[in-house]
Unconditional design. Sequence first.
Length: 465
Amino acid sequence: MYPNEPQNVYFIGIGGIGMSAIARYYLKRGSAVAGYDRTPTPLTRDLESEGAVIHYTDDVSLIPETFLDDTSTLVVYTPAVPSNHTELQYFLAHHFNVQKRAQVLGTLTHTHKGLCVAGTHGKTTTSSMTAHLLHQSHIDCNAFLGGITKNYGTNYILASESDYVVIEADEFDRSFHWLAPFATVITATDPDHLDIYGTEEAYLESFRHYTELIKTGGYLVIHTGLKMQPNVHEGVTTFTYSRDGGDFHADNLRIGGGEIRFDLISPLGNIADISLGVPVGINIENGIAAMALAQIAGATADEIRNGMASFRGVDRRFDFHVRNAHKAYLSDYAHHPEEIRQSIASIREVYPDKRIVGIFQPHLYTRTRDFYLDFADALSQLDEVILTEIYPAREQPIPGVTSQLILDNLKPGVAHRLIRKADVLDVVRHTDFDVLITLGAGDLDDYAPAIADIVAQKTPISPIQ
């Protein structure tokens, strides 16, 4: 075990994508790791195979005795866990070292140079790109990511000799306020999590406070045109970026033949002929932000060019399951109206004049209540909209809040229907499309392999290219 690491670490909600990355960190560092989650998943099974002891019932008696006998056990929990959780209450009542997931990540940003990616959307892809760029460069990095990278098959990268740690800075529950970034990107500040923040202004203020946490001598790379004005300390260098303007931007953009190429214009040195390993329009901006962080960390032009070309993407982020001469099917984690709008626009850019059908599973009753008009407007870019019931996650139903709210406000002329999630495979079999996308942060993606099998066998409407 590494010096100064806790002997025992217990996770409440160990199967979460962010929690599991930290669990893997401590497993690699030699700590004993155990935890609770509601249901077994492929991710929890992987953790068990790596050495974690996991159970699936909220019951203190199921926690290994060695973890209970030592109050120095580090207990890590996710804010998604309810405050009345039996195991959480036990650890708190017995004065264990109980920390939120974000607190643990915050500690790492005090001992390493944190390269953090914040924003309403684009965090996972941009942070995963950044981690890949650095890991395959002479810089290397540790990384805690919000998705499973296709290059590495994991959400965690360990590099014991690197000073850098790449972290996805989550604004939910103000978690990113625990961080102390050396350099950070802010991708977007479209209001979200209003069940936590209440108002758009409170949401924007949270990001303003986040910019105050950047270390002296550090960097802020912020998307142009955001409503939020940063409040950085003296000694922090601020850059802007976007696809078309700002200190970092794309030039000589070429889209065609299934490829996207461009030149990076950068105050730290231009890089010619960047090729996107995942060639969709939204990844132009994601890539610009990631390359900015990589340049700040010291990666060379050749390393960045090679890393961008070899990046294979992240599970559930513009994740192509079928892409042949006649059909395409992809799944995307987009669950905010602006994410959906950008996702569909990127598909239109790659597949102009094709029939694009989307199946959307709304995520959270509160988000649906707050943004149903925006969801309807974004989804109206599709040729046909298919909605399932709302995925509740941590919430209880809200009277009158259903997927029908979105359906009733789609633009006139957009084909639409409401289905049961259980019927999605049959619906896919009997729906005509050139391109199909499933959208949302719930469990609809569990059907992705079966949907892919159906799409791969469907009779073509017209050539896709």
